[in-house]
Design a protein around this ligand. Structure first.
Ligand SMILES: CC(C)(COP(=O)(O)OP(=O)(O)OC[C@H]1O[C@@H](n2cnc3c(N)ncnc32)[C@H](O)[C@@H]1OP(=O)(O)O)[C@@H](O)C(=O)NCCC(=O)NCCS
Length: 272
């Protein structure tokens, strides 16, 4: 069975023959192994060109910022999975990565798309970014939706990772329209939503890396790659000194059963 169009049967990423592997036009063994750092390689793999110094600096900063934040949900999911299946690192790692959704850890994607939409709106409406940002904030409020990239349960007075990333973007000369739009959202959101809403790391990552030239369609790759490193540390520690079942026991203690009382089956049987 043939499904969909079949006219673009190409990949531009890599090819190999009996003696060599070619990645983005470079010989893997002669040009890349031992000659390129992993951040540059990530950029080359995804975009087909090596990054500039500023792009490398910004990507490095974003990867370091989101790799680790303690026993967050994605880490707990991974560690409990490894406790239950010690021979399945890949399953435990996947459990952690699967939890990186639009609310925490993976929220850079939604925030990046939102920033993009605000900028597109400003262009389409022929207004300035502030007008488009305020209209977008009002729209989210009317729909009772949260502003992606703002708010944090722990760093309620300001996410220090976001502040640092934005400062690095300024230092590297990367700051552009995305960071500008995020700063406007951060300034205007509190008065519109009626609550303090600091820019969080998942707002700062897309803003800074998009200004550095990363494509909006590949934003999700940044937190996923970074968190794979943090999860590796947790899985290595989990294998040596397990806390997975402590986490599951504490969850069991914290959550109360409020379903039907015990004994329902007995009364059903008595009625038969
Ligand atoms: C990160 C997040 C889950 C933290 O939430 P929290 O501080 O625990 O707050 P809650 O989700 O319990 O929400 C508390 C109130 O603040 C509001 N609120 C929280 N974040 C908001 C946001 N980004 N935009 C608008 N309102 C927000 C909620 O709607 C809720 O309002 P209510 O009391 O009228 O129902 C939340 O801010 C959020 O979803 N942000 C957007 C997604 C995001 O950027 N995630 C990345 C986190 S690093």
């Amino acid at each position: 069975m043939r499904i969909g169009k079949q006219d673009q049967a190409f990949t531009a990423i890599a090819t190999s023959d009996e003696h060599s592997i070619t990645v983005r036009g470079y010989d893997l063994c002669d040009d890349l192994i031992g000659r390129i750092g992993f951040t540059d390689y990530f950029w080359l793999l995804v975009l087909g060109e090596k990054p500039t110094e500023a792009q490398r600096g910004m990507m490095d900063a974003c990867l370091v910022a989101i790799a680790e934040h303690g026993l967050v949900p994605s880490v707990q999911a991974a560690r409990m999975t490894l406790a239950a299946g010690p021979d399945a690192w890949q399953g435990a790692m996947s459990a952690g990565l699967l939890g990186m959704g639009s609310v925490v850890a993976g929220s850079s994607e939604a925030a990046g798309q939102f920033l993009h939409e605000v900028l597109q709106k400003a262009k389409a409406d022929r207004t300035d970014v502030e007008t488009a940002a305020v209209a977008s904030l009002e729209e989210l409020k009317a729909q009772k939706k949260k502003v992606p990239g703002l708010g944090h349960p722990q760093h309620s007075t300001g996410d220090p990772r976001a502040n640092r990333l934005l400062a690095i973007a300024d230092e590297l000369g990367v700051t552009g329209e995305y960071v500008g739009a995020l700063r406007i959202l951060g300034e205007r959101a509190p008065e519109i939503t009626g609550r303090p809403l600091p820019i969080n790391v998942s707002g700062a990552i897309p803003a800074t890396i998009l200004d550095a030239g990363w494509p909006v369609e590949a934003i999700k790759a940044v937190p996923l790659l970074a968190r794979a490193a943090g999860l590796s540390a947790h899985l290595y520690e989990e294998a040596a000194r397990s806390i997975g079942f402590i986490l599951s026991h504490k969850a069991d203690l914290a959550i109360e059963y409020d379903g039907q009382p015990k004994g329902r089956g007995a009364s059903d049987r008595a009625a038969e």
